[in-house]
Design a protein around this ligand. Structure first.
Ligand SMILES: *[C@@H]1O[C@H](CO)[C@@H](O)[C@H](O)[C@H]1NC(C)=O
Ligand SMILES: *[C@@H]1O[C@H](CO)[C@@H](O)[C@H](O)[C@H]1NC(C)=O
Ligand SMILES: *[C@@H]1O[C@H](CO)[C@@H](O)[C@H](O)[C@H]1NC(C)=O
Length: 655
């Protein structure tokens, strides 16, 4: 195809350039909005941030339109020509609508910020300042569903819920795609036995979900993760890029089916809809439609006996055999052929591919990889949620720790952070605390909380208590010590080693649900952590402390544990207890807040509180608590300044 013809057909397909040429790039609007926000120019910031969201949607729209209108040009079988003409077409198309394309390319980080809904966290504060409470609640909720572990937003949403002037329907996700809205409606209609309306919503949801997938896949073609190559073969570069695009496309199914805030896709976006549809049609006695859907489902799980029986039952009532829908056939076929390519690249080019679909037919997976993959799947099944921090790794799974609900993570803190916290521990014992270290303490405990919550896939966890603990060797006699620094016990029940029971009653802290120990150093002898059976003596797992290592476990009798005596040097750790019950969270912490004359929730409190909760264990087993909380610094701040600090901290949070 010659260039002038191409240009001509594009011009006809596109809206007049005048209005959209002036579209400002989303990242520019975002950073300008944040600048105005930090100056307290609420209306200005609102305009920019809303503009950023609109601009982002517009840019995506342009990319989709261009992707569709550029199609696959060039003669079949002539790859180079097809690739080059498409690139040319896309560039031209985007330039016509948006201006210089490079202006509208977002860095990966900005892209992630938008995905996390970062602008909504600013917007909720802005709306609040402007007394637009319903909008504030909606923006807060939108940010919350994407970041349910975010402590401040959780509290803010609760505060809005407590406000009489905020309507209940304001708590909605402003970015929820319509296929999901329809799906939830269908689910509740089904539960009320209204099958007709439920089925029609499901059909609509299914078709919208298929188009959303298509859009997501189209946008994948714009991704490029690294621009860092020196002398490399053309084929190498192309293969790598192509694999990235395929991986992105395979993730589309998943990302779309993860409800914001959830760690994992509960169910496949397409399968889930089909499976409810089958049910709905069967209830309505529409055997033809039910059989058709059953055939679709069998494309995913050809071996499922239940499904086969159902299909037989439906078809028994019909004249003809049914056929699956064309849209689903091509969906499955395409997914399978992409998986084949990715597995090929995995086997031969050493790329990694994480196939999260449970339905992938075994024959697609190369034999040499099958065992490894099925082992990974199994581990993942046990492993609970994905971890939100890239640098944190699971060192020992519950199975490797010979128990349930216990896990060892590494990389929670860097060596440097450990050292700063060790300094904090030393200062805490002399009564002075450097605020930047106190912040680090807060940061470390907050990370641990988020990790516990995501690994065990719990409800929101709250701190029940945290301590900075030091265990040191007794002067003099050492090496042969076999006594314990902390006798075997469980955290939320009273361990009865005779009866092999753990009684959930006082004086145990029965509201504690999970416990964590975050180690700061390993330059000492002894101090190993060990878990036992309920008899308190049969050791099931034993662990060596290490900087940045976090051991998390549920706080019941299933995790009775003890700590061996330290025989040389000093071991430092942060010990954390978490609860799922908000009331109990407040009990241990709110006291400090009251002392500091602050009713609003504010991280600073938690930091100080945490730092002052610093507890020292000087002798084996005997803990001495430092009380005497200082109220000065935060208590005397004017609320205006505090507000500003809070705003600026949010600011740091986001960027
Ligand atoms: C680029 O490659 C060099 C050399 O391989 C490496 O040291 C550097 O970290 C890379 N940069 C990025 C951004 O990946
Ligand atoms: C087979 O399909 C039925 C109905 O959808 C489902 O409940 C069941 O879990 C499936 N069985 C297996 C082994 O996948
Ligand atoms: C789990 O049990 C096995 C076998 O008894 C043991 O070798 C292993 O060290 C235990 N795991 C831990 C973390 O102690």
């Amino acid at each position: 195809m010659s260039l002038p013809r191409l240009l001509l057909c594009l011009c006809l397909a596109l809206p007049p350039p005048g209005q959209s040429l002036s579209l400002l790039p989303p990242d520019l609007l975002l950073s300008d909005g944040i600048r105005l926000f930090s100056r307290g120019d609420w209306p200005g910031a609102r305009g920019r941030l809303q503009g950023a969201l609109r601009s982002l949607a517009e840019v995506r729209g342009v990319k989709l339109r261009c992707g569709a209108s550029c199609g696959l040009l060039g003669a079949p079988g002539r790859l180079e020509e097809a690739v080059l003409t498409r690139a040319d077409c896309l560039r031209l198309c985007e330039r016509l609508e948006l201006g210089e394309p490079s202006l509208h390319r977002l860095t990966e980080e900005t892209e992630r910020g938008f995905q996390r809904g970062a602008p909504y966290n600013y917007l909720q504060i802005i709306h609040y300042k402007l007394e637009e409470l319903d909008e504030a609640a909606a923006a807060a909720f939108t940010f919350y569903v994407r970041n349910p572990w975010h402590e401040q937003i959780t509290q803010d949403v609760q505060r809005y819920r407590g406000m009489e002037r905020v309507r209940a329907q304001s708590f909605r996700d402003l970015e929820e795609p319509s296929h999901r809205v329809l799906y939830s409606q269908a689910v509740s209609l089904l539960s009320e036995g209204k099958f007709g309306p439920a089925v029609s919503r499901l059909e609509e949801s299914l078709s919208l979900a298929l188009s959303a997938l298509e859009e997501c896949r189209t946008l994948c073609e714009g991704t490029r993760e690294s621009e860092n190559e020196t002398h490399r073969d053309l084929s190498e570069v192309i293969a790598e890029y192509y694999v990235q695009v395929l991986q992105c496309k395979q993730r589309c199914v998943l990302e779309d089916s993860v409800r914001p805030g959830q760690k994992r896709a509960e169910e496949d976006i397409i399968e889930s809809r089909l499976s409810l549809l089958q049910d709905g049609y069967a209830r309505l006695g529409d055997w033809e439609a039910a059989a058709q859907i059953a055939r679709c489902l069998l494309l995913f799980h050809p071996q499922n006996e239940t499904m086969r029986e159902r299909l037989q039952e439906y078809e028994g009532k019909l004249q003809d055999r049914s056929k699956p829908r064309e849209s689903i056939i091509s969906y499955v076929r395409r997914a399978v052929s992409e998986k084949r390519l990715l597995y090929y690249a995995m086997e031969n080019l050493g790329i990694s591919f994480h196939d999260r679909d449970s339905w992938t037919p075994e024959e697609v997976i190369p034999e040499s990889l099958r065992e490894k993959i099925s082992m990974e799947k199994e581990a993942e099944g046990q492993n609970g949620g994905d971890l939100p921090y890239e640098e944190v790794t699971v060192t020992l799974t519950p199975k490797q720790m010979n128990g349930t609900s216990r896990v060892t993570l590494d990389g929670v803190m860097t060596e440097e952070e450990c050292e700063d916290l060790l300094r904090l521990a030393q200062m805490a014992s002399s009564g002075t605390v450097d605020p930047s270290h106190a912040r680090l303490y807060y940061h470390a405990s907050e990370r641990s909380r988020v990790l516990a919550q995501s690994y065990f896939d719990t409800k929101t966890l709250h701190f029940s208590d945290t301590h900075l603990v030091c265990r040191s060797a007794i002067e003099g006699e050492q090496e042969e010590r076999v006594d314990l620094s902390h006798p075997v016990h469980a955290d939320n029940c009273v361990l009865d080693t005779e009866e092999k029971e753990c009684w959930k009653e006082p004086p145990a802290y029965v509201h504690r649900d999970y416990s964590g120990i975050l180690y700061l150093n390993d330059d000492f002898q002894g101090g190993d952590l060990f878990f036992t059976e309920l008899d308190g003596t049969t050791v099931t797992a034993e662990l060596r402390p290490r900087c940045g290592r976090l051991v998390l476990f549920s706080a019941g009798g299933e995790n009775a544990y003890g700590v061996r005596a330290v025989t040389r040097g000093r071991g430092y750790a942060i010990v954390l207890w978490f609860t799922e019950s908000a009331e109990h969270a407040e009990q241990e912490r709110s006291q400090a807040k009251i002392l500091m004359g602050e009713s609003d929730s504010n991280k600073e409190n938690t930091e100080k509180d945490a730092a002052e909760g610093g507890r020292e264990t000087t002798r084996s087993g005997r803990e001495t608590t430092r009380s005497g909380r200082e109220t000065s610094a935060t208590g005397e701040e004017t609320s205006g300044r505090r507000q500003k600090k809070r705003a600026s901290r949010k600011f740091e949070d986001e960027l």
